[in-house]
Ligand binder design. Structure first.
Ligand code: UDP
Length: 252
């Protein structure tokens, strides 16, 4: 199977799949039995949508990803306004934990030195994960070969890359052929997931997540993010405008 069964919608020109966590994990398990192909998963949030509008290379990576999940209340709201509601959010942390619980062989690449090891320990303890390797590395081109050698030596099925968006998603796309040769079946950018798992950055309480206020929690705990979050009101305005246009129908 080459494409997800999930319905694909578009928000501000970018693809987004209506997929639940259970469906995403079932798809991932089926992809792991499919030799010779690497599938990229993108967990999309509004900041990434705005970045992709300015960066054609990043846009191309999102377009060619096999699965694009909604990571962020902004995309859930935008899809709902558009009249094509999604069934839920699927975040990087959700996917990594579910892949761990499903027994897939994981390699954790990225984050500060030591963090991926700690995240691996937590995944092994909580979910009985099989983490075959960890490496901090960096998204710099000169550091790629050290990471690729380690990945090839450990034969993971799933590569989780924590270099922040868009660097992590571009890194995967840039090294697609080496990763395919190394036997990696699924690669995904996971942002701050290892920091959460390792307990370096606290994960928002469940109620805050359910209310869709994760962005506000992150802004309070990590105030240096305010500059990155400046694009969010702009995203909201553009998405609302697009929804109004879609509901009014094509101009005659
Ligand atoms: N990171 C890294 N190398 C870099 C830039 C970022 O390892 O050159 C890591 C950083 O330590 C963190 C993750 O990438 O673990 C990105 O976290 P962030 O919270 O910014 O990502 P987001 O979830 O917002 O995409």
């Amino acid at each position: 199977m080459t494409s997800p069964r999930a319905q694909r919608i578009r928000i501000l020109g970018l693809p987004l799949d209506d997929v639940t966590l259970v469906e995403a994990v079932n798809l991932a398990k089926s992809w792991c039995t499919d030799a010779g192909t690497l599938r990229q998963i993108v967990t999309l949030n509004p900041e990434m949508v705005m970045a992709a509008r300015r960066d054609p290379a990043f846009r191309a990576v999102i377009e060619t990803a096999t699965l694009v999940t909604a990571d962020g209340i902004g995309l859930i709201a935008a899809a709902w306004l558009r009249g094509t509601p999604l069934r839920g959010r699927v975040t990087g942390v959700d996917l990594v934990e579910a892949f761990a619980a499903a027994g897939l062989r994981l390699f954790l690449l990225g984050a500060a030195p030591g963090v991926a090891e700690r995240a691996a320990g937590v995944l092994e303890q909580r979910f009985g994960a099989t983490v075959v390797g960890t490496w901090a590395g960096s998204p710099r081109p000169e550091d790629a070969s050290a990471a690729l050698v380690r990945i090839a030596a450990t034969c993971p099925q799933v590569l989780c890359v924590a270099y922040g968006a868009p660097a992590q998603d571009l890194w995967i796309a840039r090294h697609r052929s080496e990763l395919t040769l190394a036997g990696v079946r699924i690669a995904l950018g996971v942002g701050g997931t290892f920091d959460y798992l390792a307990g370096i950055v606290p994960r928002p309480p469940v109620m805050i997540r359910r209310l869709g206020l994760e962005w506000l929690y992150r802004l309070i705990r990590q105030p240096w993010r305010w500059r990155r979050q400046l694009v969010l009101p702009y995203f909201a305005a553009l998405a609302t405008l697009e929804a109004i246009r879609a509901r009014l129908g094509p101009a005659t």
